[in-house]
Design a binder for this molecule. Structure first.
Ligand code: ADP
Length: 348
């Protein structure tokens, strides 16, 4: 800002340019307040006008701006947390405005950094969670190796080796899931886009799950699918379906059934995976798609869960312009539906 803009009505200020600048600053979401060298307010943009209200948060922002305008710190910075609702974090900045070494005034800015702050928090939580998840099996491996060193009884040695293998397998699964999640997130959309027959996607996932279903004494029933087609990445979609079937098997009791059915609708293709298992409490339904969220951590660990499966499914769905729906009744079972946009060329 030059001297003339700080004196919008001064003789050197072309009125048109001044009006333009005011209008431009009014378009900013950030709050902008400018004072002259004597500390008199000369400009306040539209976002700043909104702060004249009586809300508590507004008063806090106004006080922080005053501090930024009166402080003699050159680059004044302060983060201000507003409890809301909604909860917000603002960055308050104060800058001295000078030209050729002469003080012209001061500028105070407030802008909303809640989104950035959230990203930082999520990343920090994620690193803490991953470290914790890796630490547990690694700790197990160390103590199992210690026990093995002392052991001479063949039967006990065999048991310890078996447990070492299981812990190492858990680590490998966790690392594989972390890699898939990061790949799917990084791709942001789909890798290879192809027209894919829904029946073939279901068959491929069911084939991968056959062994685990058998071992858990669960009957895997693949219902006949219509000739539905979706457009997308086969690897991602099969991995999403495998995760849903894997959960359906893991959270069912022996002797139960898991059904997989594709159906074609006017604007979408649904693939539903239903089980007759333990179900999910209503209060957890919103959270199960978060990374590492588990309703019953002990059961998830016992069955080799990583807590990442549904996060992967949700990402795959989003990458394909679709969504995942869940309906569940505690004690009687759950249905997860992967809903994808239908291929326009095959819509009935
Ligand atoms: P995990 O590896 O623990 O299974 P997921 O992300 O796949 O992780 O699932 C998160 C949590 O959601 C599980 O720990 C479990 O509590 C719950 N859940 C997922 N699918 C089912 C289901 N079909 N039946 C009951 N609970 C389920």
């Amino acid at each position: 800002l030059s001297r003339s803009e700080l004196q919008p009505d001064g003789p050197r200020d072309p009125p048109l340019r001044s009006a333009l600048l005011r209008r431009a600053l009014d378009e900013l979401e950030a709050v902008v307040v400018i004072v002259d060298a004597q500390g008199r307010e000369v400009f306040r943009n539209r976002a700043a006008m909104g702060l004249l209200g009586a809300r508590h948060g507004d008063a806090l922002i106004a006080a922080a701006l005053t501090e930024a305008l009166t402080s003699d710190v050159t680059g004044y910075r302060r983060e201000l947390d507003l409890l809301g609702p909604p909860r917000r974090r603002l960055l308050i900045r104060g800058e001295a405005l000078t030209e050729d070494g002469e003080a012209l005034g001061r500028l105070a800015l407030a802008h909303d950094i809640s989104e950035q702050a959230k990203v930082v928090d999520v990343r920090r939580d994620f690193v803490a969670n991953v470290s914790h998840e890796l630490r547990t099996p690694v700790g197990g491996l160390v103590s199992l190796a210690d026990a093995l060193e002392e052991e001479t009884d063949r039967a006990v040695i065999d048991r310890l080796v078996h447990r070492i293998r299981a812990e190492a397998q858990r680590l490998a699964t966790l690392i594989d899931d972390l890699l898939s999640l990061s790949r799917i997130e990084a791709e942001g959309s789909v890798g290879q886009r192809r027209r894919l027959a829904v029946a073939e996607l279901i068959a491929a996932a069911a084939e991968r799950m056959a062994g685990a279903a058998d071992a858990a004494d669960i009957e895997l029933v693949v219902e006949p699918s219509p000739d539905a087609v979706v457009v997308g990445d086969a690897d991602q979609l099969i991995s999403a379906l495998t995760n849903l079937m894997d959960n359906a098997v893991k959270y069912s009791n022996a002797g139960g059934k898991v059904r997989v059915a594709g159906s074609q609708h006017r604007h979408s293709v649904d693939i539903a995976v239903s089980d007759e298992g333990i179900g999910i409490p209503a209060e957890d339904l919103d959270r199960i798609f978060e990374r590492f969220y588990r309703v019953d951590p002990a059961r998830s660990r016992r069955t080799g869960g990583t807590g990442l499966g549904l996060a992967i499914v949700r990402h795959v769905a989003a990458n394909h312009g679709g969504e995942v729906l869940v309906a569940s009744q505690e004690g009687s079972g759950s249905t997860f539906t992967l809903r994808l946009p239908g291929d326009p060329r095959s819509t009935p």
